[in-house]
Design a protein around this ligand. Structure first.
Ligand code: PEP
Ligand code: CO
Length: 462
């Protein structure tokens, strides 16, 4: 018999990290009560389906691409913005699938990624000190006392914006936008000027020929026309996540229906803390962010709590070590988790360990560090004989200037041109595609050691 989900009061008694201080507890309670009556945003059966797909990733049969904004904002819930992010993710997935010949599981940091952990409770500008911005779920980025006041009504807004985002995503991925026969049109409105563009064009032309071949052979499959796409975010705000937790009518077990997959952040993964206590009771697939300070014993203790049954697909460990640390910090963790007998999904987040302040005062990341951490992650798994299961990227469909380097050779002096993030610097579309080509190259190298997927398929059939 599984233990029930603790009440919000019990969780608060554990002293949850990174929670806003609301000044009107009655208003907060009213919002939680209202959210409990709202329909779930995802269906528990979809979470199970994602878990089964993640089990395939853990077993080395598929690769996870997880990506999206660092912090979504209410203002950016527009058709263009959602389409832009989906388009980048699908383009990256096509590059990975075609160039590396592996199935790619697509999961967005989207439709719920509205709350941020922060290193300080307050922000000071000149002689004014105000509460820090904790994401649109909590307060507003504008630096005034009114805007920075944590407002519980924003949790209702998170629900509404997540619902409309998911609605459009579901329409796009099932309604024809993601049709593989139209991949070449996904990036048509961008300037064609880079070698990334040229490589992408080459791949879409090859896919066009492969499609024509299949159609000529009489293949007309649903899987060419639609894709499966899942939503994920950091389960940070306990009120919101708890209010959207429902008992699944099929299995009588609890699921957080705010997303298919939720993850524990580096700053809220205290083994006896409220977030772990809450998430370990849920049946969703879970992510766990791990930074360079974590010991093998820390990670194993978390695995024991979050995945006591060694359930395939249950746990995805997202490492964010930094380019300079990944090669030393990752191997002991992979070995210790492997020694428990679990098969977890290992994912590389090459963003959060590589943030620094530019000379011009912008928080940025160097594309070369991002690539270096990804390479380090592949090197470690290649050496240990484990499967580098995926990448977790902060990106946007827009042509922003937030990370330096990449094909456009963005310099620190260029950052001010289009620096739009509400939190961490994201890869723009060109940098994201360029990264996908780099990852595909690594996967393809490893692929020479793997069984060709067509042979595998034929072997299963006959
Ligand atoms: C994030 O993914 O946005 C984040 C805050 O990461 P981490 O918990 O790894 O610092
Ligand atoms: Co971030």
């Amino acid at each position: 018999m599984r233990e029930p989900v603790p009440s919000l009061e019990e969780l608060r008694r554990l002293g949850a990290a990174q929670q806003p201080t609301y000044d009107d507890p009655a208003a907060l309670a009213q919002v939680v009560a209202e959210l409990r009556l709202r329909p779930p945003l995802v269906f528990a059966g979809e979470c199970d389906e994602l878990k089964a797909r993640l089990a395939d990733v853990a077993a080395g049969r598929s690769f996870l691409l997880q990506g999206g904004d660092c912090a979504e904002t209410f203002d950016s819930v527009t058709a263009g913005d959602i389409r832009g992010k989906l388009r980048v993710l699908l383009s990256m997935a096509v590059v990975l699938t075609y160039a590396a010949q592996v199935p790619v599981l697509k999961v967005g940091r989207i439709a719920g990624q509205y709350a941020k952990p922060r290193s300080s409770d307050t922000e000071t500008r000149g002689d004014v000190t105000l509460p820090t911005y904790r994401g649109d779920a909590v307060n507003s980025l504008t630096f005034t006392p009114e805007a920075r006041r944590p407002d519980p009504q924003r949790l209702i807004e998170v629900y509404n914006h997540s619902a409309s985002t998911l609605n459009l995503l579901r329409a796009f991925v099932k309604g024809g936008f993601a049709d593989l026969r139209t991949v070449h049109t996904w990036n048509a409105d961008f300037v064609h000027n880079s070698n990334v563009e040229a490589r992408y064009q080459e791949i879409s032309d090859e896919i066009g020929r492969a499609m024509a071949f299949m159609v000529a052979c009489g293949v007309d499959d649903e899987s060419l026309r639609t894709v499966d796409f899942y939503a994920s975010h950091e389960a940070l705000l306990l009120e919101y996540e708890h209010a959207l937790t429902r008992i699944d009518s099929r299995t009588s077990t609890p699921y957080d229906t705010s997303a298919h997959m939720v993850w524990l952040g580096e700053r809220t993964r205290q083994v006896d803390g409220a977030h772990v206590e809450f998430l370990r009771r849920l049946r969703n697939p879970l992510g766990l962010k791990i930074g360079p300070a974590a010991t093998a014993a820390d990670v194993v203790a978390l695995c024991d709590k979050l995945d006591p049954d060694h359930e395939p697909g249950r746990l995805t460990i997202i490492t964010r070590m930094g380019a300079r640390k990944v090669r030393e910090a990752l191997p002991p963790l992979v070995e210790a988790v492997g020694a428990t007998g679990r098969q977890v999904v290992w994912v590389c987040d090459p963003m959060h360990g590589n943030t620094y302040s530019s000379g011009t005062g912008y928080k940025t990341r160097a594309f070369s560090d991002v690539v270096d951490e990804v390479n380090g992650f592949f090197d470690v798994h290649d050496a240990l004989g484990t499967w580098p299961g995926g990448v977790h990227i902060e990106l946007t469909g827009d042509d922003v200037t937030e990370c330096v380097g990449g094909v456009g050779e963005l310099a620190e002096a260029d950052l001010s041109a289009r620096y739009e993030t509400a939190c961490d610097p994201r890869l723009n579309r060109d940098q994201s595609l360029e990264l996908a080509f780099q990852v595909a190259d690594r996967l393809a190298q490893g692929g020479r050691k793997r069984v060709n997927p067509v042979q595998q398929y034929v072997a299963q059939d006959f």
